[in-house]
Design a protein around this ligand. Sequence first.
Ligand SMILES: Nc1ncnc2c1ncn2[C@@H]1O[C@H](COP(=O)(O)OP(=O)(O)O)[C@@H](O)[C@H]1O
Ligand SMILES: [Mg+2]
Length: 254
Amino acid sequence: MTRESLLSIRGLSASVEGKPILREVDLDVARGEVHVLMGPNGAGKTTLGHIAMGDPAYEVTDGSIVFDGEDITELSCDKRSHAGLFLSFQAPVEIPGVPLSSFLRATIEGRAGMDMKNKEFRRRIKQLADELNMDASYLDRELGVGFSGGEKKKVEMLQLLLLQPKLAILDETDSGLDVDALSVVSKGMDSYRRNCEGTLLIITHNTRILEHLDVDRVHVMVRGRIAAEGDSSLIDDIDRNGFERFGHRADEAE
Ligand SMILES: Nc1ncnc2c1ncn2[C@@H]1O[C@H](COP(=O)(O)OP(=O)(O)O)[C@@H](O)[C@H]1O
Ligand SMILES: [Mg+2]
């Protein structure tokens, strides 16, 4: 049985500040699946995530992105978000005086099916914080002020579970997630899968985060191209042998 397509990227080429980064990328994610995008530093993985989300800093020079049956190549980031796309770079900026709970309240503002009374909203986010083993006092903290990398990740997971997007692209950025943050991310992904049969595209180097997930497909990006695709056995292969056999040179400038 072929599963219904959710994200379909075709022949996507893109540049940033006039410099070509992505080259003729094809990538398909079906509804309900878990995909992993791997590749050496500088390959263009984060760029792909930002372009899928409509970040105006990147210029699409060729190709198309179809999401949930709609061509979104030209849509604004906001419209894509309302269509059900989520990218985990939305780490909150620092807004002194604004508690995290108000920020989360604003993220669901005007979304279909998300009308909630304040009390109900409080109950909902408390329940989510609980699920993630986060202290509820966290919700009253000022947005972003003094948040560590790990704490920002937790906020993203709260956002993910609150919004329940159709597709979540999680860019784990490889920078220092401690054990605690890793566990929150794992819990968040689990809960997203269980509660809303969420579809995931995980960009990561950290294969530990994938241990509890059934990965359907792995995509390997090298120098802006998809260099290989396969099932989850590719993850172990890359863990052992690196990216050389996909055309990456270890001495390559990163
Ligand atoms: N906003 C930007 N401005 C300039 N160059 C960028 C920008 N974003 C990405 N790049 C360049 O694009 C290439 C791919 O980067 P990136 O997508 O972050 O790779 P990865 O996530 O695979 O490590 C790198 O050479 C990087 O320097
Ligand atoms: Mg990156």
